[in-house]
Design a binder for this molecule. Structure first.
Ligand SMILES: *[C@@H]1O[C@H](CO)[C@@H](O)[C@H](O)[C@H]1NC(C)=O
Ligand SMILES: *[C@@H]1O[C@H](CO)[C@@H](O)[C@H](O)[C@H]1NC(C)=O
Ligand SMILES: *[C@@H]1O[C@H](CO)[C@@H](O)[C@H](O)[C@H]1NC(C)=O
Ligand SMILES: *[C@@H]1O[C@H](CO)[C@@H](O)[C@H](O)[C@H]1NC(C)=O
Ligand SMILES: *[C@@H]1O[C@H](CO)[C@@H](O)[C@H](O)[C@H]1NC(C)=O
Length: 597
């Protein structure tokens, strides 16, 4: 220690520059990689102009370098209001501070990316006041805009890119690669960390979250735009799922004003704000609340499929009623209105998240017939063209996940004038495992109708068990259905966080659940390769996570694909930056062959 100290000292003596006097540029602090080359060091004579102030610090900006990988903006953190109040926007200042990489210390937040900042600012000197800093106007080349496909080079470890399984194979901040802003979204925004930017003519891709924040893309190259103005999760031209890094989240305005209410496709005047890594995403935190320039309708159009009296035409709907529907729930009239007037009363509806008759009261009640009858009556009251019948399998109390006591489950509503349950097999109990069998009449049927599939399998622990049913039409045709609700992604980690590919919570559970369903489908089709089978519900997974759906390959086929629905219109859900699809309908070959007959 002694030796190395003295040799370092002699080196400093040789160059004879006191190290404390070296002025450090913001671009030197940010450097070309994710982490600062000066991490942990105290730096002096950092100069920049104050572009914005927040409740925890202020942003300064210096001269850009010729290397676009190096950001020229920086957040200066201070929990002292007197320090924050000592500077004003437009002040050109010099200061000292400690270079730090910050993320919140709560254990839940360990998946957030680190953000570079200057802490413990001292020696703040105001060099001049009243300066203006022109924001960097983002946009198409020759201006800069985010890449459109991938978040990070570290995601390209499997054919499913950022949706690859296994995920969580490396961490951006551990690898600390030099950034590639033209190729990867995280790299692009990292290269602008702390910079004042203008997002030109933004369009919203979602609805505001509970903090009033929302996602936009600017007037720059984008991919996956749907007819409502949102951005849909699709495959990119590179064959990987497209993560849509061309979108950015707009935070709460720095001046304390409130963001307007947001819906997909809403357009705004240019938004100017600072780029900040927080809560697992790169934000643009606007200086003030954005002004809305146009607001499209927030109502999706109803289906063009209409109810038919033709025995050969069966309409089918799939609806997760969410919010865990109970008989007395405020959302019953709204759900009923959507089934009657938007889904146009399908002959058979696959419902998910039906609560038992006592709703969330944890009293041992496990039947949901009152809930289902209440919903059926409400659909009639909302103008439905017939009265629905229903069928379900009762639960074992508190074994299926969801709200405690609610016992949410999949269930079917059906139009008995078009379809009825094949008679013979009894309704299964909660522990009965349904099996396909050839009945005494030589026809394919099930051992329970309806009945749960492999209910003791550990893949269904604390999850809703799928129910299989056998149906017949008024002209004697028979078909089979599986209604499922796989384990939720809830608690899912940010797509733009530190672990790569991003942690996809419980993806291995969902993969196991799809495998159990595929095994059942295979057994059914082995008895009758010509069987018509429809497997629908809330898979809680994107089809772009191909590894999860692989057990269906060559057995079951996705109806959007068969119906040739435009790829960008395939979404049932809006979450963060993505319009995406977690609910899917898959069918056997025989169903495809019925098309047009
Ligand atoms: C991150 O990488 C940059 C560029 O290679 C390097 O200068 C810096 O020291 C690294 N930081 C850390 C903390 O490893
Ligand atoms: C992700 O990987 C890290 C390091 O290998 C590990 O500590 C952590 O538990 C993993 N997280 C999840 C959710 O698998
Ligand atoms: C339909 O519901 C009615 C009224 O609850 C009941 O009487 C009838 O048996 C049901 N029919 C079928 C086919 O389930
Ligand atoms: C599930 O386990 C229960 C005992 O816990 C048993 O009675 C039942 O038969 C099992 N069901 C199946 C399908 O194996
Ligand atoms: C599918 O739709 C696209 C347009 O969205 C069209 O170009 C293509 O020909 C259609 N394919 C089939 C098989 O109908």
């Amino acid at each position: 220690m002694q030796i190395s100290f003295s040799s370092m000292w002699s080196l400093l003596c040789l160059v004879s520059i006191p190290p404390l006097a070296i002025a450090v540029k913001i671009t030197d602090i940010q450097g070309p990689a994710f982490l600062s080359p000066l991490l942990g060091q105290t730096v002096h004579d950092v100069t920049g102009t104050v572009t914005a102030k927040s409740s925890t610090g202020f942003y300064i900006q210096g001269e850009p370098s010729s290397d676009i990988r190096e950001s020229y903006g920086l957040f200066v953190f201070s929990d002292s209001s007197s320090v924050r109040n000592s500077v004003s926007t437009g002040d050109s200042i010099s200061l000292s501070g400690v270079v730090s990489e910050f993320r919140p210390s709560s254990s839940d937040d360990q998946t957030f990316l680190l953000g570079t900042e200057l802490e413990s600012p001292t020696n703040i000197k105001i060099l001049s006041t009243g300066n203006t800093v022109a924001p960097l106007l983002l946009g198409p080349s020759p201006r800069r805009s985010p890449p459109t496909q991938q978040f990070s080079a570290l995601d390209l470890v499997g054919p499913d890119g950022w949706l690859s399984v296994p995920n969580n194979q490396s961490r951006v901040d551990t690898v600390n690669a030099t950034v590639q802003p033209d190729e990867f979204g995280l790299d692009f925004w990292s290269s602008l960390e702390g910079v004042l930017v203008t997002v030109p003519s933004p369009t919203a891709t979602d609805f505001e979250n509970s903090f009033g924040e929302f996602w936009v893309y600017g007037d720059w190259p984008i991919t996956g735009q749907n007819s409502r103005g949102g951005i849909t999760l699709t495959f990119g031209p590179d064959g990987f799922p497209d993560g849509n890094p061309e979108t950015v989240i707009i935070g709460s305005p720095l001046d304390g004003t409130d963001n307007p209410s947001i819906s997909v496709g809403k357009k705004f005047k240019d938004i100017t704000g600072v780029v900040q890594q927080q809560f697992g995403f790169f934000y643009v935190i606007p200086l003030t609340a954005p002004s809305v320039t146009s607001s499209p309708s927030t109502t999706a159009p109803p289906t063009t499929l209409t109810h038919s009296t033709d025995a050969c035409v069966i309409t089918i709907g799939d609806y997760n009623v969410r919010e865990a529907l109970a008989a007395f729930h405020f959302s019953i009239p709204q759900v009923a209105d959507q089934i009657a007037n938007f889904l146009k009363t399908p002959d058979l509806i696959f419902l998910q998240e039906i609560q038992d008759n006592s709703g969330p009261t944890d009293d041992g009640v496990v039947a949901a017939d009152v809930t289902l009858q209440t919903l059926a009556n409400a659909i009639t009251a909302a103008g439905g063209s017939f009265a629905y019948n229903f069928t379900e399998v009762i639960s074992v109390n508190d074994q299926d996940g969801g709200e405690i006591g609610g016992n949410i489950r999949p269930a079917y509503l059906f139009n008995k004038d078009k379809v009825t349950l094949v008679e013979g097999p009894p309704v299964g109990g909660p522990l009965d495992g349904n099996q396909p069998v050839i009945g005494a009449d030589g026809k394919l049927t099930l051992t329970f109708n309806p009945g749960r599939i492999d209910p003791n399998n550990t893949v269904w622990d604390n999850a809703r068990k799928p129910i299989a049913a056998a149906w017949q039409t008024t002209d004697g045709n028979r078909f089979f259905t599986i209604n499922l609700h796989d384990t939720a992604k809830s608690g899912g980690e940010p797509s733009q966080g530190d672990p790569r590919p991003p942690i996809n919570t419980d993806v291995t559970k969902r993969a196991g659940q799809v495998q159990v369903i595929a095994t059942f489908a295979q057994a059914l089709l082995a008895l009758d390769p010509g069987a018509s089978l429809i497997v629908a519900g809330d898979y809680n997974e994107f089809v772009q996570t191909r590894s999860v759906f692989a057990p269906f390959n060559n057995i079951l086929f996705e109806v959007d694909e068969i119906a040739n629905i435009s790829i960008v219109e395939r979404y049932t859900y809006v979450f963060d930056n993505e319009n995406e699809q977690l609910d899917h309908i898959f069918v056997s070959k025989a169903v495809i062959e019925r098309q047009g007959k």
